[in-house]
Design a protein around this ligand. Structure first.
Ligand code: ASP
Ligand code: MG
Length: 453
């Protein structure tokens, strides 16, 4: 079976026009399996409502719930008006019934959260998943209105996970087994439409796969079905060399290896959920990132072996960094010094972005955090501590070591006379990083990008 798993994100699910486009794209495939996110903004609003309820303002939380309902009704009615169908009353009735049911569930969960005055991880997942539960059902019904044989499947029937709410781990064996029902539906000529992001714990409660988890759902299902390809349809034309909102000449990367794409997701390329590629990679299924508003554009293709001859893949940048320098007291020199510094970072769970060390001192680039005060108190035991705030970090990802000299001189040329506080290269990760003043961050990033890409 020539199965394509197609995933559509929040912006693709924004309104009745984009729903129509999604259905048009699907109709071009022989055996499509469709994974959808919640409509744009919905997940964020659901979580916001849950937090507000926990803090005591139930009325305000319910108003947010009501607005989610109205927005979906609006999309549905406009879709059905634009696409008249004899079965409209039936479709409308079934959608409104489902929507009422899900919003009633939301209100119940919000009321419970309000009473408990606390938002538990399990409750948070039950609430956050409602966006996908609604969007997948309504889209499947709208497919019928344009004479496509679409069929809703509740993701809880397929995506079986453990009970780690908020970031649940999939049970691959069970997912493989349950995915058989998707093939049955495809066999009978229907296109399954499944909500991304959520799944089911062994006890039947709802779990989520983490922020932006719909990509992961798509990849899990693609892996289970041995799909021909997994396509992530979004609102940009692939994975970019840098964030196009800030870097004007950022451009899509035509081809990446799984390894490089995973690396980029960790380093802030917002297009993919970091765990997404694993199930695809295990079964060697190509992943495409495509723009649903420019479907003719090639986008980015992610495969096992990609061209490693280029000198660098992409550039990311980060604001609100702090440079921490610890200089060892003579009494704690040697091995124990660095061990103690990193133990303290681990204690406060502060991830390190870049490090420079000498025997007697270490400089570390960290994201700014409230915990820095506590960290500093701990570190005065080992050495003198200084912090430089308002720094920014620019990283070149996927650098080849043979091009390092050329790359660093390109960076220094681009930065001209501006100060660079720190420069590091990690061979294993192939990342060249620079710390600069935050004020100059975007400007410097733009200059470096146009010098290199
Ligand atoms: N709706 C979820 C989120 O915003 C999952 C997703 O869209 O991937 O995180
Ligand atoms: Mg996304």
């Amino acid at each position: 079976m020539n199965i394509h798993v197609l995933k559509f994100g929040g912006t693709s699910m924004n309104d009745h026009h984009t729903w129509k486009k999604v259905l048009e794209i699907i109709s071009k495939y022989e055996y499509p399996v469709v994974i959808v996110s919640a409509t744009a903004r919905t997940t964020r609003q659901l979580i916001e409502a849950a937090q507000i309820a926990a803090k005591g303002d139930l009325d305000k939380a319910l108003v947010i719930g009501e607005s989610i309902k109205l927005r979906h009704l609006g999309i549905l009615h406009r879709f059905l008006k634009d696409n008249p169908h004899p079965k409209r009353p039936l479709i409308e009735e079934s959608c409104e019934h489902k929507l009422d049911q899900k919003i009633a569930l939301l209100f119940k969960l919000l009321t419970y959260t309000h009473k408990a005055a606390e938002l538990t991880p399990a409750m948070s997942d039950a609430i956050a998943s409602i966006g996908e539960q609604i969007s997948s059902y309504l889209l499947a019904q709208c497919g019928l209105a344009v004479n496509q044989l679409t069929q809703f499947i509740d993701a809880k029937k397929i995506i079986k996970t453990d009970s780690e709410y908020g970031k649940a781990n999939p049970n691959l064996a069970l997912i493989n087994q349950k995915s058989g029902s998707i093939e049955t539906i495809l066999d009978s000529g229907f296109t399954p439409i499944i909500g991304g992001f959520y799944g089911e714990a062994p006890d039947g409660t709802t779990t989520t796969l983490g922020f932006e988890g719909s990509d992961y759902s798509a990849s899990l299902i693609g892996g289970a079905l041995h799909a021909k390809a997994i396509e992530i349809w979004t609102d940009v034309s692939g994975v970019y060399t840098s964030d196009p909102r800030f870097i004007e000449d950022a451009k899509p990367i035509p081809e990446l290896s799984y390894y490089d794409a995973t690396e980029m997701a960790y380093f802030g390329a917002k297009v993919l959920h970091p765990s997404t590629l694993k199930p695809a990679q295990e079964r060697n299924i190509p992943v495409f990132v495509k723009n649903m508003f420019e479907p003719e554009e090639p986008g980015t293709k992610i495969i096992r072996d990609s061209d490693h001859s280029r000198k660098v893949l992409a550039m990311s940048f980060k604001k609100e960094m702090v440079l921490l320098t610890v200089s060892a007291y003579e009494t704690v020199m040697g091995y124990s010094f660095l061990t103690k510094v990193f133990a303290a970072l681990e204690k406060f769970r502060l991830p390190v972005d870049a490090v420079n060390t000498t025997e007697a001192s270490v400089t570390i680039a960290l994201s700014n955090s409230e915990k820095l005060n506590q960290l500093s108190k701990e570190l005065v035991e080992v050495g003198t501590v200084t912090f430089e705030e308002q720094k920014g970090l620019i990283s070149l990802i996927g650098c080849t070591i043979s091009n390092l000299d050329e790359l660093s001189s390109q960076v220094f040329n681009a930065l001209d006379s501006q100060d660079v506080d720190m420069i590091t290269f990690t061979k294993e990760k192939r990342i060249l990083s620079f710390v600069v003043d935050e004020e100059q961050l975007i400007q410097s990033a733009q200059k470096i990008h146009s010098g290199i890409f």
